[in-house]
Design a protein around this ligand. Sequence first.
Ligand SMILES: [Zn+2]
Length: 316
Amino acid sequence: MNPKYPVQLVPPDIAAYRKGNTGIDYVTTFDSGRPGPHVMVCAVTHGNELCGAIVVDFLFREQVRPTAGKLTLAFNNYRAFLTFDPRYPGLSRYVDEDFNRLWSPEVLDSARDSDELRRAREMRPFIETVDLLLDLHSMQTKAPALMLAGPLEKGRLLAAAVGVPEYVVSDVGHAAGKRMRDYGAFGDPASDKNALLVECGQHWEKASADVAMQTTLRFLKHCGTVDPGFLDAHIAGDPPPQKFITVTGPITIKHDEFHFVQEFDGMEVIPKAGTVIAHDGDEPIRTPYDDCVLIMPSRRMAAGQTAVRLGRFTHR
Ligand SMILES: [Zn+2]
């Protein structure tokens, strides 16, 4: 039990969604029979992130169906999620490795094997049929929610069309491997296919489920394939204007002795260029420019992993 982040959310019972109708466990597609995009909302890419599971369960229970195109609801790393134990809430992130670092042909086609690679290979041909993807995530620390829109203009435009959350981060991902949101056509500027990854707040805080819900409803509304009456009945509030941040690079850990100079939660703005924010072995890590934004500092400090990403405010 982590007293700093009590588990306020209850993971839903998802057993009823195992069989689905796609031949892939925990992947269900509803087909309107009419032309339109294939829209997908997915949860538990990381098994310890509860907000997405709560929202996907809600969409199932409300029997949300597309009026055009197809709607897929999925629980990605369900095997990790099913091991979630509120006494040890951090332990269910994955079975063998991070599911969201495997999404390049080099890794998927490699001879390597793991529980997550088997799941990614099982889902890969299906993911290639998706036109618009929303992948629901949460964060280790209590920081403002943010949309990870990817490196392309089309991702930023989609994030702007969804309109929430307030912070939109444009980034290329992690040195440790590619994310599902960047896979194949999602990462091709010439393709109309598009994907978003939203970080809804701290993994177990109640507010993260509200952020995931509002982001999903507004995403579905933008996609235009679900009855807007249902969506409008559940969409709340008037969101503030969005702020766009471009990640200039990840700080990838080189040595096993890495520590920040203070505890950062994320979205802190460091005013002066050259400020030391961490030490990687003997090497000081300095901010490269004024008003540097710290994005998603990690608590998992191992060589090769991302410690934090640095960003600057931009116009969209
Ligand atoms: Zn995640």
